[in-house]
Design a protein around this ligand. Sequence first.
Ligand SMILES: *[C@@H]1O[C@H](CO)[C@@H](O)[C@H](O)[C@H]1NC(C)=O
Ligand SMILES: *[C@@H]1O[C@H](CO)[C@@H](O)[C@H](O)[C@H]1NC(C)=O
Ligand SMILES: *[C@@H]1O[C@H](CO)[C@@H](O)[C@H](O)[C@H]1NC(C)=O
Ligand SMILES: [Zn+2]
Length: 649
Amino acid sequence: MLAVMVVVVLEFPRALQKCIFDEVQSQAAVVRAAPIHPDSPPKEPRARAQADHSGRRASPSPPYGLSVTRRRSHRDVAPPTTASPQPIRIRSWISRESDNLSEAGKERLEAAVEEALRMVSSLLSVNRVLGPLLLSRDINKYCKFLWRNSTSVNYNRCGRAHNNYRTETCLDVTIPDDHLAGCDIYAEADSPRRTELRPEGAGLPDTDFLMYLHIQATDKCRAEPKVLAYAVHCQTDARGRPVAGVVVICRDGLAGATYSHQATVQTVIHELFHALGFSKGLFHTWRDCSSTSPAAGGAGCSPRGRVTHPDGSGQMRIYTPSIISALQEHLASADPELGGPLENQDVPPGGVSSHWESRVLRGSIMAAALGDSATVRIDPVTLAALQDTGWYTVNLSRAQSLVWGDGEGAAFGSLSTCQDKASSFFCAGSGFGCHYLHLHKAECQTDQYLEGCRVYKPLENRSECWKEENSRWPSEEDWRGEIFGFDSRCFFSSLTRQNQSEFLFSSSYVEGRCYRHRCTGPNRFQIQASGSEWVDCPAGGAIQIKGYQGLVSCPDRRLCLYTDIVPPSHDVSALPASTMSGPFDTLTSAQNGTWSPLRPPTELTVAAALGIAAAVCLLAAVVVPHKKSCPCGVRIHSAPEDHTDLQQI
Ligand SMILES: *[C@@H]1O[C@H](CO)[C@@H](O)[C@H](O)[C@H]1NC(C)=O
Ligand SMILES: *[C@@H]1O[C@H](CO)[C@@H](O)[C@H](O)[C@H]1NC(C)=O
Ligand SMILES: *[C@@H]1O[C@H](CO)[C@@H](O)[C@H](O)[C@H]1NC(C)=O
Ligand SMILES: [Zn+2]
């Protein structure tokens, strides 16, 4: 056991990218929203506000909030919304503090953001709010003191302005005045006379969520290598739904020859999901809307309260109905303890993380560690979580299949079971093999999030079976019979060509190798090695191939079962949402360095209640010493770790 632990340490990947979400979040100023009473219909807050003024107030008032910031009558109540949920309109706005990008960088960014926003819009619908989106000013910032006498007319209104008040910011981004509500000063406690401190902005039409994009090499980007992006949500509306956030994209991540469009798209989606509600700072504000019809526009929802609880083993989980049933279905278990498991790494005991537990939901877009972009899934459990926020209607049928753990039972991924070889998703030792999607050759490894469990991770170089260019050393492949190409997949194999005496010892050596495959039915397929015929490969069995010695193992329930597991060159069609046509328009470049989705004007409005901070996520990297050497004499892939395998956000 000790020996194993040593190996674990030595085999840590050279550079682990680490999420420092909690650090950033704890540094963010938090201003709580003053929500409307969750159970009340939209009109009630106004009635209560009037009651306040007549001195009949019964319940304690929030120290600041709607009654203060919503002085204009049209924003005095929870906003009316569309009767039925419609795809969320997310507008991106490049911050004025952003660095200038090269043309190439700009193109990369626009392409990635456009695809991410289309994807999210196709997944999430909201009861769109009428009128332009107008963000609130933080009364704590502009106001020196509030009228505190609850019987005075201007109770909870601002009596004096802060001299040094300039404007609103969110995570270093200056929010344009045009996006902000105005604010007034009431110099006397009982006089309606007011002076305007800032005029009302025009707001943003046709916008349900405003994503400020901040493109910079920030200190956080620089301080630790491989930081790609981080995010924070800035404001929530009267129902708690986040309406604005900042996504910081590290400029250098958009440069370089190894830039990956798909990885950037996934990064933006990951950050957006945090900002839209998948955040430990927002879990307790999720709402239960199951007993109301969507047509009620969010009225009648009740707060879920605390949704995170430790299970019997101390694993922190989110217990909400859609998450529980999605996980039960995924693991094929009726265990009621199956809440959504949260990452326990980098979290104090009993603490809550904003990522899924990597051992259980590996490959999920909301895991702390994102692998190679070909392996990242917008999975059913994540979509269920967004559904359970109560702010979105989610098209759950658009989830991408999460192969990891499919049907493996309630104990899947637990520390007590990952090492006992009960599951083919985990491995032992440090051998070579195949990633569980069989798109990549891989090596059995662990990392800090796996806590001693080991999995096959893609090799650093030439791991992709689907890439024809990986066959650049044909003479070397020849004795293994490998074929690289779009329909090739990874198989555990010990095949060697007959009469290859120089590789005598290798016949017993099993590793991941690439052979062509073709489906003949669900979980049924044939394979072809170099120079061989197509041969049936019975799932769960092993076969010989004419002209070769050794065996090829045929994986069970991995190939020809999930139609959306395909090489990334088909990514666009593999990701159902990105091909969605319909009401989603492309992002277009517009004036003033902003770009936003083109949409027909509508008359909906968002009442942005006060509320700053919550979802913060930061991509960072921790450099871990790497001392592993090649375990054998055969020249295969001596550096197994893949810097792209762990992209933690
Ligand atoms: C609050 O205001 C009312 C009327 O303006 C006044 O009669 C009362 O004394 C004030 N209370 C305090 C605690 O100042
Ligand atoms: C959900 O997505 C599926 C698959 O893309 C689509 O066929 C269906 O119309 C969508 N449902 C709704 C309500 O948008
Ligand atoms: C992988 O490729 C990089 C860049 O070409 C190279 O520096 C590294 O040595 C390669 N690793 C292996 C194991 O071949
Ligand atoms: Zn994250």
